[in-house]
Design a protein around this ligand. Structure first.
Ligand code: C5P
Length: 409
C-alpha cells in the first residue's frame, strides 16, 4: 500500500477528484487530500473526507492542523504528491516557489516526486506564461501530464480538459512503480512538445546476464548496459512508458523508467513476458547463450587435482520467443554484436530470429563498456549505416526512427 497526497486546485474539474480518489483506493493505496480555497468551492471537504476516509486539510493557519501534523511532515509522509486538477495559478505559484497557502507550502516543502495534472481553459493552457511555467516545472523534474483535447465546460474547444481518470491513474501507478525515485530534471520539452512516443509502451533489455556456476561463481560477459540504458532514457524522453529489464550493471536508472533487475537469462525471459504487451521491444541485452546445468547448492570445493566439469544447457532465446509470442510487440528490434562480416551476419540473424530490425554493431574494439557506438540498422528493406557516435546520441537517433515508424502505424 502506497500513500498519495492529493492536492486539489480550484477548477471545475475538481469534482472529478472524487472519482480519482475512489480509483486510487480501489487499487489498495491510501489518499490524503489537501484542498486549496478554490478547490473547496467546487467540491466539499466532507465529500472527499468520506471517500478518502481521512481528514481533509485546507488551511495552513489552522493551528489544530499544525499541532496534529506539521506541514513538512504532511508533505513527506506520502510516497507521491499528485496535484489534480492543477490550475494555471497553481502552476505559476509552483514555478515561482510561492508558498502562501497549505497546498503551495506543501509543494515547496516536499522531497517526494510530484505529478501534476493541469486542467483549465484552452487559452489559459496555451498562454505563453503557462507554457513557460510548465516547461520550467518539467525541467525541475516534475511530471506534468498534458491535458486532453475536447469540448470544455466553458464551451470552448481545444486542449485543457482533465485527462480520463484511467489515464491519470496509469501515470500514478507508473510513478509508484519507479524503483529509484529521483528528482532529476526531466527533459525540457520544447513547444510544441516533442513526445511522439507519448502513450506508447516500450520494453528494453540491457546489460549482461549472470549464469550461476555455484552460489558464489557465475559466467558473465563484458556488456556494461550503457547502450540499453541510453535507449531506455531516449524512449522516456520522447514520452514513452518504459520498462527496462536489466542484468547486473552499475548504472543509475534513467528518470521515469521502470527498472526490473534480473540476473540470469531465464529470469530475464520471465520478466520480459510479464512486461507485455508492449508497442515496441528493443532487446539490447547481451544474453548468455548457455547456463550451467544442475547448479549445486553448495560452493564447489577445490578437491585435489580433479577439475570439475561444467555441463552447459542452452538458454531460451528471448528475442526469438517474443517474435513468436501471441503478444508480439508491434515493432521488435534485436541487437547483434559482431566482430566480422557485420552486415552479412546481422541479415542472417534478422531472418533467423523473426524480428523486424537488427541493429548491428562492431564489438571488435572497445564498444562493450565504451562510450561510443556505430550502428547498422538492418530491416527487410535494406541497410542504413550510422557513424560512430556517443551512445546517448545514437540512442536518441534510434528512438527518433522508432517513433517515426510507430507514428505511421
Ligand atoms: O544470437 P545473438 O546473441 O547474436 O542475438 C543477439 C540478439 O538476440 C540480441 O538482441 C539479444 O538481446 C537477443 N538474445 C536473446 N536471447 C538469447 C540470446 C540473444 O534475446 N538467449
Amino acid at each position: 500500500q502506497k500513500r498519495i497526497l492529493l492536492i486539489i486546485g480550484g477548477g471545475i474539474a475538481a469534482y472529478k477528484s472524487a472519482e480519482l480518489i475512489r480509483t486510487i483506493r480501489k487499487a489498495g493505496h491510501a489518499v490524503r487530500c489537501v484542498m486549496t480555497k478554490g478547490g473547496a468551492q467546487f467540491v466539499t471537504p466532507l465529500t472527499l473526507g468520506a471517500l478518502s476516509e481521512d481528514k481533509v486539510y485546507t488551511d495552513l493557519f489552522d493551528l489544530k492542523d499544525e499541532a496534529e501534523m506539521g506541514h513538512i511532515q504532511l508533505s513527506r509522509q506520502a510516497d507521491l504528491v499528485v496535484v489534480c486538477p492543477a490550475t494555471a495559478d497553481l502552476l505559476a505559484k509552483m514555478h515561482a516557489g510561492i508558498a502562501d497557502d497549505l497546498a503551495t507550502t506543501l509543494l515547496l516543502a516536499t522531497d517526494k516526486p510530484v505529478l501534476v495534472v493541469p486542467a483549465m481553459n484552452v487559452r489559459m493552457w496555451q498562454h505563453p506564461a503557462t507554457r513557460r511555467n510548465v516547461s520550467a516545472l518539467r525541467a525541475d523534474g516534475i511530471r506534468v501530464i498534458d491535458p486532453d483535447e475536447g469540448e470544455m465546460a466553458c464551451g470552448e474547444f481545444g486542449p485543457g480538459r482533465l485527462p480520463e481518470i484511467e489515464r491519470i491513474f496509469a501515470e500514478i501507478a507508473h510513478q509508484l512503480a519507479v524503483e529509484h525515485v529521483t528528482m532529476t530534471a526531466q527533459p525540457d520539452f520544447s513547444e510544441p512538445p516533442h513526445r511522439p512516443l507519448y502513450g506508447k509502451r516500450v520494453l528494453v533489455t540491457a546489460g549482461p546476464t549472470h549464469e550461476p556456476i555455484d552460489p558464489v561463481r557465475y559466467i558473465a560477459n563484458r556488456s556494461s548496459g550503457r547502450q540499453g540504458f541510453a535507449i531506455a532514457q531516449a524512449a522516456a524522453e520522447l514520452g514513452a512508458q518504459v520498462t527496462l529489464v536489466s542484468g547486473p550493471v552499475n548504472l543509475v536508472t534513467p528518470p521515469g523508467v521502470i527498472r526490473i533487475d534480473i540476473e540470469s537469462a531465464r529470469e530475464m525471459l520471465t520478466e520480459v513476458e510479464k512486461a507485455l504487451p508492449a508497442d515496441v521491444a528493443i532487446m539490447v541485452a547481451a544474453v548468455a547463450d548457455w547456463h550451467v546445468a544442475d547448479v549445486p547448492e553448495q560452493k564447489i570445493k577445490k578437491d585435489g587435482n580433479a577439475i570439475p566439469p561444467l555441463t552447459l544447457s542452452e538458454n531460451p532465446d528471448i528475442l526469438a520467443t517474443l517474435a513468436k509470442h501471441k503478444q508480439r510487440p508491434g515493432l521488435l528490434i534485436g541487437f547483434a554484436a559482431e566482430t566480422e562480416k557485420i552486415v552479412e551476419h546481422a541479415q542472417a540473424k534478422l531472418a533467423k530470429k523473426g524480428c523486424d530490425w537488427i541493429v548491428a554493431n562492431d564489438v571488435s574494439g572497445d564498444v562493450m563498456g565504451g562510450a561510443n557506438n556505430a550502428f547498422h540498422i538492418i530491416t527487410k528493406n535494406g541497410v542504413e549505416s550510422w557513424p560512430d557516435s556517443p551512445k546517448d546520441v545514437i540512442a536518441r537517433k534510434l528512438m527518433e526512427k522508432v517513433a517515426d515508424v510507430v507514428s505511421k502505424g
